[in-house]
Design a protein around this ligand. Structure first.
Ligand SMILES: Cc1cc2nc3c(=O)[nH]c(=O)nc-3n(C[C@H](O)[C@H](O)[C@H](O)COP(=O)(O)O)c2cc1C
Length: 187
């Protein structure tokens, strides 16, 4: 089973990265093949809202802004599950996450039948600071994205600097359970 874990923070040793490591450990412990993607290390520009609001994303399900998006988008065909992790910025996802998921939604949401999310479980994780302000609005944005792309919502997890000790264990266990249950389902 292939699991893609997206992080989207410039900090390679911050809370988002710690959530990514916990998720990776959990998924690998039960035999998943994990692909880690830090969106901040990729060149992904914003949606240009081409045409009168829709470009080739609507019917051809491809984005014409040419950058690292295309390679990542294609590689998702091989995945069976995803874990999306973002730091909370202004009560929302980070800029790198927004840029990528905005374009991905446009390409995937209107596909008829199967897309790269249908029938695939996803865990969404928002990693906030000490205040935790905006944690739920960030998770709510992630939940809306998952609804639009018709993903199977396995869990939505909020982590803060204050609760990270037990929430990192929660993330590890959530990843483990998601892989275990999905492998069983595929048999
Ligand atoms: C531009 C910016 C905006 C932020 N906004 C919030 C916020 O709305 N709520 C919050 O709890 N923390 C906020 N934080 C703090 C980060 O969410 C927190 O430091 C988190 O751990 C960042 O993840 P990292 O450790 O991977 O960098 C913000 C940080 C930055 C840089």
């Amino acid at each position: 089973m292939n699991v893609m874990i997206f992080t989207s923070s410039p900090n390679t040793d911050g809370l988002t990265a710690a959530c990514g490591s916990a998720a990776r450990t959990g998924a690998e412990e039960v035999g998943a093949h994990v692909v880690m993607v830090n969106l901040n290390k990729h060149h992904i520009g914003q949606c240009k809202a081409c045409g009168n609001g829709w470009g080739p994303c609507r019917n051809e399900h491809e984005c014409q802004v040419n950058d690292d998006f295309q390679g990542l988008h294609t590689s998702m065909d091989e995945m069976d599950a995803y874990i999306l992790i973002t730091p909370v910025y202004w009560g929302d996802m980070s800029e790198s996450a927004k840029a990528f998921y905005d374009r991905l939604r446009r390409c995937e949401a209107l596909k008829k039948g199967k897309n790269i999310f249908v029938g695939k479980p996803v865990i969404a994780i928002a990693a906030a600071g000490g205040s935790g302000n905006g944690l739920t609005t960030c998770l709510s944005t992630m939940e809306r994205f998952l609804t639009h792309v018709k993903a199977e919502k396995f869990d939505l997890i909020g982590v803060t600097q204050k609760n990270k000790v037990y929430k990192l264990s929660t993330i590890l266990n959530a990843a483990k359970e998601m892989v275990t249950v999905s492998q069983y389902k595929g048999e």
